[in-house]
Write a protein that binds this ligand. Structure first.
Ligand SMILES: Cc1cc2nc3c(=O)[nH]c(=O)nc-3n(C[C@H](O)[C@H](O)[C@H](O)COP(=O)(O)OP(=O)(O)OC[C@H]3O[C@@H](n4cnc5c(N)ncnc54)[C@H](O)[C@@H]3O)c2cc1C
Length: 298
């Protein structure tokens, strides 16, 4: 049944300090509201339990994309459209740009924020695999200060994150060190859904490979485990064995052990596993071609 709008209370603080003191005064009472593209679906279907919404839209401290020599900082309220239109992000962090392009359709991209996509903590969300593959860092703020942690450690279980009830996501930080490796980086992002737009992922994969720096390999999957998953054991097999066909087969065997897909309304465990293995193979074969080009100097 549809949510009854007058039953909800909304506070719209004008500063981050004000917002954080509201969260601190009544922990767990106020639910942050950013673009509303997840929360309004819950409200519309009558399952938004939290009746007190903290509207973040007035908080300038959570907006903007800033660039320094070491990193790019993306404010939590940045929309996927703003991310897509940022030239440096497109060039240096193409997995994130590809993820942004694959989210919903234009209306959703204009409204949905990166902070909301992360905090919603769905294992099927499209930006988290890209962010983990780019070694993103997340900045959380509360009335008592701020902390930065590796984004890969932020998701702890199904819909469980490290965000405390008095905290907000302030920003996502992307280290520009990977830009130093130049044009030899090979990036691969694939979202498999029912349609090209307005479809939640059945499987989502972000891969990163550098022919001369095996430590830069990243294999990150969405929709195949309780959280978005970086497949560290499978990465280690490639790092130790290279990209010959025998090692690729070993990597696929390892991936089968690392993933734990389920049957749900969008797909089956069997389909998800099979497509994940195909995506891994496609990525590694293309990575091998990239490596041969580099070795031949072409
Ligand atoms: C038609 C449609 C299509 C969609 N397609 C996709 C898709 O293809 N891929 C995909 O990944 N998602 C998709 N979504 C889901 C949604 O658009 C995204 O998850 C979006 O990024 C959520 O951002 P938001 O700003 O709208 O979040 P909101 O709905 O405002 O909030 C979502 C959650 O994040 C919390 N939150 C928001 N900002 C912060 C913050 N700064 N600090 C702490 N907590 C915060 C809120 O409390 C809430 O729990 C779709 C949704 C719709 C309606």
């Amino acid at each position: 049944m549809r949510g009854y709008v007058p039953a909800y209370e909304v506070k719209s603080p004008e500063t981050l300090t004000e917002a954080l003191s509201i969260l601190q005064a009544q922990p767990g009472k106020w639910k942050p509201l950013a673009g509303g593209t997840d929360l309004m679906v819950l409200l519309e279907s009558g399952v938004l339990e939290n009746r007190n919404l903290l509207n973040l839209q007035g908080l300038k401290e959570l907006t903007g994309i800033s660039v320094s020599p070491a990193e790019i900082t993306i404010g939590a309220l940045s929309t996927f459209r703003q991310i897509l239109e940022h030239d440096l992000l497109k060039t240096e962090f193409p997995l994130l740009a590809a993820a942004a392009r694959s989210i919903g359709a234009i209306a959703i991209q204009n409204r949905a924020t990166i902070g909301g996509n992360i905090a919603n903590a769905s294992p099927a969300a499209d930006s988290p695999p890209a962010l983990i593959a780019h070694d993103a860092v997340i900045e959380l703020v509360s009335s008592t200060g701020s902390r930065r942690l590796s984004y890969a450690e932020f998701h702890q279980g199904y819909k469980k994150t490290q965000l405390a009830t008095d905290e907000l996501i302030r920003a996502i930080i992307l280290p520009r060190t990977q830009a130093d490796t130049g044009s030899n980086d090979f990036f691969f992002y694939r979202k498999v859904g029912t349609r090209k737009a307005q479809a939640i992922s059945k499987i989502c994969f972000a891969g990163r490979f550098h022919p001369c720096s095996p430590g830069n390999l990243r294999l990150v999957f969405g929709s195949v485990a309780p959280t978005v998953l970086r497949c560290i054991q499978t990465e280690a097999i490639i790092q130790g064995g290279g990209l010959d066909l025998k090692t690729i087969q070993k990597a696929k065997d390892s991936l089968t052990r690392e993933l734990s897909p389920i049957d749900d309304i969008r797909s089956t465990a069997e389909y998800r596993l099979r497509v994940s293995l195909n995506l891994l193979e496609d990525f590694l074969i293309l990575a091998r071609q990239k490596q041969s080009h580099v070795e031949l100097g072409s």
